[in-house]
Design a protein. Structure first.
Length: 57
């Protein structure tokens, strides 16, 4: 059960990062460094999610 809660938490953070990336990309003068960092964080969360989901099966 705790594993599923962790997956939900990471999924929520992943979606929040996607929203932040989209917001940054909509800005007229988007910050490339910030975008790169947000995408790096999102990828790291995705990898964690995949590893945890693998533990469920």
């Amino acid at each position: 059960m705790a594993l599923e809660a962790r997956i939900r938490e990471l999924g929520s953070r992943h979606r929040s990062l996607e929203d932040a990336i989209q917001d940054e990309m909509r800005r007229p003068a988007s910050d490339d460094i910030r975008l790169k960092e947000l995408k790096r964080q999102k990828l790291k969360l995705k990898e964690q999610l995949e590893a945890l989901r693998g533990q469920l099966h």
